[in-house]
Design a protein around this ligand. Structure first.
Ligand SMILES: *Cc1c(COP(=O)(O)O)cnc(C)c1O
Length: 395
């Protein structure tokens, strides 16, 4: 059975095939222009129902450890890569069996598993820390921040311990444009150029916001070609966000309306449980659509964020704070201005909820997990629904 946004059970993540395809076409262009490999970073988006589609466009997946690697191997196929800040001994046999590239975070980790690696015939790499911060503000997303545990810094990079290593990996960007990649590559070339001449491949990590409207694809293409031509390297990119950017929504319903100094709507979704980056990053998600009424009588309107970092950016007649039903006082999604007053039962579609939301949900307060749905040509299909057992099972 197919649903539409007016009747799909809430709360629900809805990922749209058409929107995914738009992103995939852009990524495919980069692959075709340069011959680089683009991998899906599963930690951002691992709705494996979509993997058959994704694998028609992309080169494979990357994983943060054994479980993601297994998911990629089982449902995506093609290349399977893995990087972890530290691996568990008992997982290594399986990791070497299912992964094509294994990236180590330190010489000590590499040497601990070197013998196994050499016997496996798989490609092994080291993650470097280029010590080149290209972002401000989000220190928790900056692997080049002081005291970072991510990657080996130049001063500790021992050229005599590279036997068996065929590539270098760096991941330093977060939601950035190609100028930040260019800047990073200049540092990588300056400090690690001698090593790159000896390598077969380089992995640029993720954080490339390739499918964002203002992204400079020509600059990215130049960066890739430069590494291919100067060092004869195979180039890998492993974006997460760019694959599913703006490709999905969170659909939530208004459960109650209260007032305390301002109007407040309590929804059946929660920032803390269903979109934790709203509190962690933090950010305020945009609203795509508001739906009042049902069936034929549904009326569509929109709403705007009115507060960003304590600053009023938009004034509107009907203002509401949207929050979750949990007992966390700070379970607030944001303050929004609406075209019309809200009513119980109204539906709200939050934008850009495919990435770093579905993978981060939790059942704090015994919250019901959002259903997972996929919008295809004929309508919205429910892929998964969750219940009491899913809550109980983890405790
Ligand atoms: C998080 C991460 C990615 C994906 O990053 P996005 O910002 O989602 O593109 C890729 N590689 C590594 C090593 C990561 O930690």
């Amino acid at each position: 059975m197919y649903y539409d946004y007016v009747n799909v059970p809430t709360p629900c993540f809805v990922v749209e095939e058409e929107l995914l395809k738009q992103n995939l076409e852009i990524l495919k262009q980069v692959i075709e222009k340069t011959g680089c490999h683009i991998l899906l970073a599963q930690k951002c988006f691992s709705m494996y129902h979509t993997y058959p589609l994704l694998s028609r466009y992309l080169s494979g997946t990357t994983a943060s450890g054994l479980y993601e690697a297994r998911l990629g191997r089982d449902y995506f196929g093609k290349e399977t890569h893995v990087y972890s800040a530290a691996y568990r001994e008992e997982e290594m046999d399986e990791i070497f069996a299912i992964c094509d590239h294994i990236v180590f975070n330190s010489f000590s980790q590499w040497e601990r598993y070197k013998e196994k690696a050499m016997g496996s015939g798989k490609k092994c790499g080291l993650r470097i820390n280029p010590e080149c911060s290209t972002q401000e503000g989000h220190a928790i997303y900056d692997p080049c921040a002081p005291y970072s545990r991510m990657g080996i810094v130049n001063a500790d990079f021992d050229r005599d311990r590279l036997e068996g290593i065929s590539g270098l990996h760096f991941h330093t960007l977060c939601e950035q444009n190609a100028d930040a990649l260019y800047e990073t590559l200049q540092v990588v070339k300056k400090n690690f150029g001698d090593v790159l001449s000896e390598m077969e491949w380089i992995n640029f990590g993720g954080g490339h916001h390739i499918t964002r409207k203002d992204y400079d694809i020509d600059c990215l293409v130049e960066c890739i070609r430069d590494m291919q031509q100067q060092y004869q390297l195979e180039v890998y990119l492993e974006p997460g966000e760019a694959v599913a950017l703006n490709a999905g929504f969170m659909v939530a319903s208004v459960l109650d309306l209260v007032h305390n100094g301002m109007d407040i709507a309590i929804l059946d979704t929660s920032a803390a449980c269903h979109m934790p980056d709203v509190l962690e990053m933090p950010y305020t998600p945009e609203i795509h659509q508001v739906i009042s009424g049902s069936g034929e009588n549904a009326v569509f309107s929109t709403a705007k964020v009115i507060h960003k970092q304590d600053e009023t950016v938009e004034k509107q007649k009907y203002c509401y704070r949207l929050g979750g039903p949990t007992c966390l006082s700070g379970d607030v999604i944001g303050d929004y201005g609406f075209e019309k007053p809200l009513k119980v039962g109204d539906r709200i579609l939050f934008k850009d909820m495919a990435i770093y939301s579905m993978v981060k949900t939790n059942t704090f307060n015994g919250m019901r997990l959002p259903s997972i749905a996929y919008k295809e040509k004929n309508g919205i299909k429910l892929i998964k629904q969750f219940g009491y057992e899913d809550f109980k099972m983890r405790l």
